[in-house]
Structure formats: C-alpha cells, structure tokens
Design a protein around this ligand. Structure first.
Ligand SMILES: [Zn+2]
Length: 308
C-alpha cells in the first residue's frame, strides 16, 4: 500500500508510543507549565457539523506520556497531525443532528511524568433551522413488503457492523475533495416528507448529476462496502481511518470492490437513480465516530488545517 511506507509505519508507532502511556521522556524534558496548546476550529458549531481540535505539544514533545480527548464521556481518537510535526495532534468532534443548543466542553487529559492534568475547552452548540422538502417516490419504498422489511433489517445490521470495525490510523494525507462537480440539490439535515406522509431527515448531501457521471473517492481509504442496498441503491462506503467514513449512494454502476484500497480521486462508479430516489443524483454522506455529519463542512474543517 502506498501509505504503508517505512516512514509512515515508523511514525505510526511513534504515535502509539507517545499517546499510549509509555514513559519516553528524558529527565530533562519538562513540560511547559501551561500544558499543551489547544486550538478549536470554531467556538460555535451547528448540529451535524464537526469540530476540529488541534493539540500542540511541539515545544516539549517528549514531555507528555499520554494525551486523551473526550466529549460527552466519549473518547475521541487523538491522531498525529497531518503536518507530521512531532508533538502535534488532531481530534475530530462530531456534533449529532439531535444535539440541542447549549454550552459544551471538550476535555483534554494529559500526563507528564509527575501527574495527570485536565483542560476543558469550551464551545457552543447553536440552534439552526433546516429546510423542509416534499418528495414523491415509489410507494413500495414507503410501505414495505414483509420481504423488503426483512431485507432492510438485515442490511441495517450489516452496515452497522461496517462502522464498528473501523481503522484507527489516519489513511489520508491531503484534504477531502467533492466526489463530483454537481451543485447541491438537497442539503444535509433537510426534513423530508415522502408522499405527504413519511418524514425523515436527510443524512447526507445530494449532488446534481446525470446518470453515468463518474463518481470519485473524496480521499484515500479502504472500501468497506460495495453492493446494492434497498434504500441506498448501489452504494460504496469508504473507511478513511481516524473514524471517518464517506458514503456514495444511488450509483448506476459500482467500479470498486470491498477490501480494496482507493486513492483520493479514484473513480468508484457512475452516478444513477437506484434505491429510494425521485430522480438521478449522487447522495454523498459522511460519518465521524459513527455520527452522521455534513461531508461538505467536514471537508472544509479539514482543509483549514494550516499545514496540510
Ligand atoms: Zn440524499
């Protein structure tokens, strides 16, 4: 694999050692009194968006034996900064669509050779309004037959398993890109009323595309699913490592297979109108830590990493 170079493997194990709790610091490497420097991508965040936290210990990189990040008692992976600078790390904090407006904190716990310290980084979840749209689709996609219901349940378990069995290391080196050039026709979080009755929340963004338009991987990763699903139609799911997955749904043709490594910009298939749709488009989704988030905002926040 391209990313499994000697340098990368060496760096990966250095991270394991630094954040894994092994005391590496020489006696002279004292940590700064203020502790690690912490930069949050934004102080206010909307539900469905992702916060990026940068941790900078580069002025005393060997002084800390353990760095942990948590939000709402959920541990957030702390990963080597894309710049590769020793002592710099990043963490991504996904805010669920269901999150209510409130003041919040991310907790950073770090240890030096003498003690364990905690820093709270404050941010605010702000209220946001989502559009509502009415869609007409095949009624058989709304009121399911017994066979279809069983299929949906089976696929739900299969997909859930994919997001559980994730790659911890960061597989990408560059910012994420759009999977095709079409504009957004339905935003993340839009409330949808199907056939005037069933209501659901849009868990991705829809991009305008005619049937047969090439669809490209947003970034480097490993294909975890490449098959037809009842609702998503022909669907590809990619694990990018660091708890990030992207989803490409309603394809007319799939051109990759599960287990395959893909590069940023590699063609995954052709857009289409398979599954629960009212016309051809690409549904592009993303998950961070299992939480569905807006893939465009996630790409924007990662792009802002200054050293990328
Ligand atoms: Zn969609």
């Amino acid at each position: 694999m391209k990313y499994a170079s000697y340098k990368h493997i060496l760096r990966f194990f250095m991270i394991i050692i630094v954040i894994g709790g092994f005391p590496l610091c020489p006696a002279s490497a004292l940590p700064p009194a203020a502790g690690p420097r912490i930069i949050l991508s934004q102080s206010e965040v909307a539900p469905g968006h992702t916060l990026l936290l940068e941790v900078d210990t580069s002025d005393a990189p060997r002084a800390y034996t353990r760095i942990e990040l948590s939000y709402n008692e959920i541990t957030i992976p702390v990963i080597e900064h894309p710049s590769g600078i020793e002592g710099k790390f990043i963490g991504l904090i996904p805010i669920p669509l269901s999150a209510k407006p409130a003041k919040n904190v991310v907790l950073l716990k770090f240890s030096d050779k003498n003690s364990i310290h905690t820093k709270a980084v404050a941010f605010t979840i702000v209220s946001t309004t989502f559009a509502t749209e009415e869609l007409r689709i095949d009624p058989a996609m709304i009121i399911l037959s017994d066979d279809d219901r069983r299929r949906v349940e089976r696929e739900w378990l299969e997909v859930k398993e994919i997001y559980t069995d994730k790659i911890s290391a960061r597989l990408w080196r560059e910012p994420f890109q759009m999977p095709l050039a079409g504009g957004v026709t339905s935003a993340f979080g839009t409330k949808r009323v199907f056939n005037g009755t069933m209501v659901s929340i849009h868990s991705g963004v829809d991009l305008r595309s005619d049937i047969g338009t090439p669809v490209f991987s947003a970034n480097q990763g490993v294909v975890k699913l490449a098959k037809e699903l009842f609702y998503a139609g022909n669907c590809v799911v990619i694990d990018h490592g660091m708890n990030i997955f992207t989803v490409y749904a309603h394809l007319s043709v799939i051109q990759v297979a599960a287990g395959q490594s893909v590069c940023k910009g590699q063609q995954l298939g052709l857009s289409g109108a398979t599954g629960r749709v009212n016309g051809p488009h690409l549904h592009w989704g993303a998950r961070v830590g299992g939480i569905k988030v807006c893939p465009i905002q996630l790409s924007d926040v990662i792009r802002k990493l200054s050293e990328i």
